[in-house]
Design a protein around this ligand. Structure first.
Ligand SMILES: NC(=O)c1ccc[n+]([C@@H]2O[C@H](COP(=O)([O-])OP(=O)(O)OC[C@H]3O[C@@H](n4cnc5c(N)ncnc54)[C@H](O)[C@@H]3O)[C@@H](O)[C@H]2O)c1
Length: 282
């Protein structure tokens, strides 16, 4: 029986650990040839090394799959080009991209340094832009459509205390996903995002993770959603933000209240105050 992703070439960034590693293992099991990108950082973006990507590739090969390692930094133009080059050099085409690489530098906004802002925004938001652009140019030239799956977060969609940099970057990824889904539609390239919650080294010390374990909230729950969004099964789905928390899969939607229209000119601030309950009613 052939796999869901048989014959496809998929790039997965940050595939040396956590959620990205599970994506890579499942994609390969489903028949994809996988570019396993990871620069091997710790959860705060410190340290580097090829071991993490190499381990994922070795595990894929041991299970009979096909994969190649890439150690580039998604946050640089050279890194993004290097990832694409690895895919084209080894497999000759690109069918799917999962932008997953990420780091944390949690601080309240009052305590956040400019460097901590830049680091996190660069890896998540700029990295997603750079790799997406490099891959989408290849997909356009190939003329056969494609799949792009981004990774946003509850933090970027509804907010989270202490994550001004991370939340802003993930909120940006939400908007970028929407824009790309519109711009790439004519190329047959779908662009969706996953908002995961999973027990990984990134989240293991969060109080919201208490009572959960790898069995009921492990990253293996996220990978099938990525595989679905990277496959032919999701050809008619684009611009969607799919939440995944253990066995629960759901959609995030932007809410717009019906609002109130004032006839005959602009509102006064006092009138807005007076009608606030009606304006904000959903
Ligand atoms: N775990 C969760 O509950 C959760 C929730 C919301 C969003 N996310 C997002 O899911 C993604 C994966 O998170 P995770 O929990 O698996 O984290 P993780 O720390 O286990 O894995 C992240 C991987 O990304 C790699 N990486 C970091 N910077 C990189 C760079 N510049 N270039 C290439 N690789 C880089 C790291 O080396 C690491 O292997 C992230 O984007 C994260 O923000 C996770």
């Amino acid at each position: 029986m052939s796999g869901l992703l048989e014959g496809k070439v998929a790039i997965i960034t940050g595939a040396g650990a956590g959620i990205g590693r599970e994506h890579a293992l499942l994609f390969a099991k489903e028949g994809a040839k996988v570019v396993v990108n990871d620069l091997g950082s710790d959860r705060n973006g410190g340290g580097k090394g090829g071991e993490a990507a190499d381990k994922t590739v070795a595990d894929i090969k041991a299970a009979g799959g096909d994969a190649v390692a890439n150690y580039d930094n998604v946050a640089t133009r050279e890194g993004a080009d290097g990832i694409v080059w690895t895919a084209l050099n080894k497999y000759g085409k690109i069918d799917a991209l999962v932008n997953n690489a990420g780091i944390l530098r949690d601080k309240t906004v009052l305590n956040l340094s400019e460097q901590e802002w830049d680091l996190v925004v660069d890896v998540h938001l700029k990295g997603t832009f750079l790799v997406t652009q490099a891959v989408a140019r290849v997909m356009k030239a190939q003329g056969k459509g494609g799949r792009i799956v981004n990774t946003t977060s509850m933090s970027g969609l509804v907010g989270n205390f202490g994550q001004g940099n991370y939340g802003a970057a993930k909120g940006g990824i939400y908007s970028f996903t929407r824009v790309c889904s519109m711009e790439f539609a004519r190329m047959g390239v779908t662009v969706n995002a996953i908002a995961p919650v999973a027990l990984t080294r990134m989240t293991s010390d969060l109080s919201m993770m208490k009572g959960f374990n790898n069995e009921n909230l492990g990253p293996q729950y996220i990978a099938p959603v990525a595989a679905f969004l990277a496959s032919d099964l999701s050809a008619d789905i684009t611009g969607q933000i799919v939440g995944v928390q253990g066995g629960k899969v759901f959609l995030y939607k932007m809410l717009e209240s019906e609002g109130v229209t004032r006839e005959g000119g602009p509102w006064s601030p006092a009138e807005i105050k007076e009608k606030w309950a009606e304006i904000s009613k959903v």
